[in-house]
Write a protein that binds this ligand. Structure first.
Ligand SMILES: Nc1ncnc2c1ncn2[C@@H]1O[C@H](COP(=O)(O)OP(=O)(O)OP(=O)(O)O)[C@@H](O)[C@H]1O
Length: 242
């Protein structure tokens, strides 16, 4: 479905993505994990076409994304920090998005309902709390029922009840066979929501396998401990090879 082929990204002298090779398949949900600044958001933005790789190629359903922008309609994106026209109300923003995507066949307003956003439709974006802004981002990501969902820190800043509503929705979409990519530092959430783990360290993919395999290899039951053990093992191998 999405194939990332030898992708490099430089911001000036900073080499942020280094020869990233990654195949992402429909029906799987990927946890994108790595320390702050390791390149997760840059990788996500590269898939979305918001960041242009310095070299390499990204292929979506067999076509290079550099040549065909229409693929983006198939991706629902929940950014880490959503930027919107600040003077618009929530209702106007959602209507505007519906107008842009007039030909969208099925609209999914379950998140708007779940988060009770209809009641807040006349609130302006600049007046929203950080959590409510996150809810609007989530509502837009799911609205057009896209086959691919990319969620960057989806639960950060949400209250506990809203976290559960969003997690339930993510699981529902996972069970419907969508491709999900979720970047998060909250490993217990990822343990519940994802099937595969991609661990990025200093711009390189250090681990890419199922979470089940990672747990078996490390003999750990919890994802957090499994990752810590995997990192420890890698450091040991690196030090031996040096
Ligand atoms: N537009 C940009 N211009 C210059 N440097 C950038 C730009 N975007 C990202 N970077 C740098 O690239 C590196 C990777 O950033 P990125 O946001 O991809 O990391 P991340 O893994 O998502 O981190 P976090 O977990 O903190 O969200 C960082 O050093 C960041 O400062």
């Amino acid at each position: 479905m999405i194939s990332i082929q030898k992708v490099n990204k430089n911001f000036g002298k900073l080499h942020v993505l280094k020869q990233v090779d990654l195949d992402l398949s429909m029906g799987r949900s990927y946890a994108l994990v790595g320390p702050n600044g390791s390149g997760k958001t840059t990788l996500i933005k590269s898939i979305l076409g918001l960041v242009v790789p310095s070299s390499g190629e990204i292929v979506f359903e067999g076509k290079s994304i550099a040549k065909d922008w229409m693929y983006r309609e198939k991706i629902g994106y929940m950014p880490q920090i959503g930027r919107y026209p600040e003077n618009m109300t929530i209702g106007q923003l959602i209507d505007m998005m519906k107008n842009i995507r007039k030909n969208a066949e099925v609209l999914d307003d379950s998140i708007i309902e779940g988060f009770k956003l209809y009641k807040m439709f006349d609130k302006r974006m600049h007046a929203l709390s950080g959590g409510t802004r996150q809810k609007v981002s989530a509502a837009l990501a799911f609205l057009f029922n896209p086959p691919v969902l990319i969620l960057d820190e989806p639960t950060a800043g949400l209250d506990p009840i809203s976290v559960e509503i969003l997690k339930e929705k993510i699981l529902e979409e996972k069970h419907r066979g969508k491709l999900l990519i979720i970047s998060s530092h909250i490993l217990s959430d990822l343990d519940e929501l994802t099937s595969d783990m991609v661990y990025i360290y200093e711009g390189q993919v250090h681990y890419n396998n199922t979470i089940q395999t990672l747990k078996e290899e490390t003999q750990e039951k919890k994802l957090g401990k499994a990752i810590a053990t995997m990192i420890g093992q890698k450091q040991l191998i690196d030090s031996v090879n040096r």
